[in-house]
Design a protein around this ligand. Structure first.
Ligand SMILES: Cc1cc2nc3c(=O)[nH]c(=O)nc-3n(C[C@H](O)[C@H](O)[C@H](O)COP(=O)(O)OP(=O)(O)OC[C@H]3O[C@@H](n4cnc5c(N)ncnc54)[C@H](O)[C@@H]3O)c2cc1C
Length: 434
């Protein structure tokens, strides 16, 4: 019997250390510089943050999403899930632990598909935590359907020349390199139509036309870029994973990324529940604590139940990834938690804001940020509806229909079969087929 919900004592010690470290040290950095995670650090920030990164390395907790061959710890996704629950409650913790999106996903595909030169040029500094990167796939005319992408890369002598527009290319303004998905064979089926290119940020022709801002961001922090690629010339060696392989590369990247978002979201759901409980036990109205009102108790109970169900789904998915070691085999589970990540965070976020009253809606608490992240996570890495389709398709592959006009679970007919087998005679009237 291998199912066991206990954490190994040695790893539990690391989790306890992480929680203490995040709560006592990193959350202070969050308070000082909430919007600077992807920017180059100022000397003042570096003086404070680099020693924290070193502490993480000393504890052997750096880049836990990667194997030891790439400077990570090879803990696997299940342990990473437990760690990310803690890191997800802080803005800076993922960077200080070398596990922040979108760089984790970009590192994963470079590790998986990159040549030795690409690994040396891009992966190594990324893993050192010295630079940030950008994944540039979505286009203004559509994000959820790669069939509408038109950004084109055309072969010109030994080079490729990229032209087109991309949008929601997160952190482009601070990125040191871009992973760009471009059509290389417009007549091919969508799965082999596009190729991935790794492009250094200083390459001429990468023009950021506009930066969209997310709710809560000040104008100086806006970071979702609309980019015009104008005659961006790259050598053949810029190709990541082979011509026509972009779709497969993207799926590898997005699979892991979605799971990591879910893991971090578990932590934020827990934080929202903690805040709800504290508020319910602190505020009196109409002669009782909020915690004594049945409607508030229902909110707290539903939050706990949804959080625990979601957490188990995430942990089970992480366990399956470790077990099967192939994202394709875990597609349905990943799509399911992608749907739940947004749903559960949004539901819990609304409840937590509501329970806090007016102050819940303010900048002065993190709750609107949680709620906003729930909504955003229903879109980033693909909308909920697309993932529901994936779940349904994968699930339905495990079933087959019946040729009968009646469902196979029709009780009188099953009962008649049981009577014949066990009693040797049929007593029940069956429902005729025709
Ligand atoms: C914060 C954030 C960061 C992002 N970062 C990046 C990044 O770094 N790089 C990058 O390339 N992209 C990034 N994206 C883009 C993201 O991947 C897309 O927003 C996403 O794929 C949805 O595309 P869209 O916004 O064009 O919405 P659309 O594709 O227009 O979808 C809008 C709505 O239409 C409906 N819909 C769409 N398709 C279907 C369908 N098949 N069936 C039923 N209904 C459907 C859904 O209701 C959906 O919510 C980011 C997005 C956000 C919000």
């Amino acid at each position: 019997m291998a199912i066991d919900f206990e954490v190994e004592p040695d790893f539990q010690k690391l989790l306890d250390w992480t929680k203490e470290f995040v709560n006592t040290k990193i959350k202070k950095v969050d308070l000082l510089w909430p919007h600077d995670i992807y920017k180059d650090m100022t000397p003042q920030q570096a003086a404070i943050i680099n020693p924290l990164k070193q502490e993480v390395r000393d504890m052997k907790l750096w880049a836990c999403h990667l194997g030891p061959d790439l400077g990570g710890q090879g803990y696997g996704q299940l342990k990473l899930a437990l760690l990310n629950e803690i890191l997800g409650t802080s803005r800076w913790a993922p960077r200080i632990f070398g596990t922040q999106a979108p760089d984790t996903g970009n590192a994963e595909i470079l590790a998986h598909y990159g040549t030795d030169e690409q690994k040396a040029q891009y992966l190594k500094p990324l893993l050192e935590g010295d630079i940030v990167s950008c994944f540039s796939m979505t286009e203004p005319q559509g994000g959820a359907d790669p069939g509408v992408f038109t950004t084109r890369a055309v072969k010109d002598g030994d080079d490729w020349v990229i032209n087109g527009r991309k949008v929601w290319s997160s952190n482009a303004r601070w990125a040191k390199f871009f992973i760009v998905m471009a059509v290389t064979d417009p007549d091919a089926p969508v799965v082999s139509r596009m190729t991935m290119f790794v492009v250094p940020a200083e390459t001429p022709g990468i023009n950021i036309q506009y930066n969209f801002g997310m709710a809560g961001e000040g104008p100086e922090d806006v970071s979702e870029a609309l980019i015009k690629y104008e005659n961006v010339r790259v050598p053949q060696s810029a190709i990541l994973g082979g011509v026509g392989q972009a779709f497969a590369v993207a799926q590898t990247r997005l699979g892991g990324g979605r799971v990591h978002h879910a893991m971090r979201t578990v932590g934020n759901c827990q934080k929202a529940l903690d805040m709800m409980a504290e508020r319910a036990l602190s505020r009196y109205t109409k002669g009782t604590l909020l915690a004594e009102k049945e409607s508030v108790q229902q909110m707290i109970a539903d939050t706990y139940i949804e959080l625990q169900s979601f957490r188990l789904l995430v942990l089970h998915c992480a366990w399956k990834i470790d077990k099967l070691n192939d994202y394709k085999k875990v597609r349905m589970d990943i799509a399911a938690i992608k749907v739940q990540t947004s749903r559960v965070m949004t539901e819990i976020g609304i409840r937590a804001v509501h329970l806090h009253g007016a102050i819940g809606t303010s900048h002065e608490l993190p709750l609107m940020g949680f709620l906003n992240s729930g909504i955003v996570l229903g879109l980033a890495d693909g909308p909920t509806e697309v993932h529901q389709v994936t779940v349904a398709r994968q699930l339905l592959r495990q079933y087959k229909g019946t040729d009968s006009v009646w469902p196979s679970e029709l009780i009188p007919n099953l009962k008649a079969e049981a009577e014949l087998e066990l009693l040797g005679e049929v007593f029940t009237q069956t429902v005729p087929e025709d």
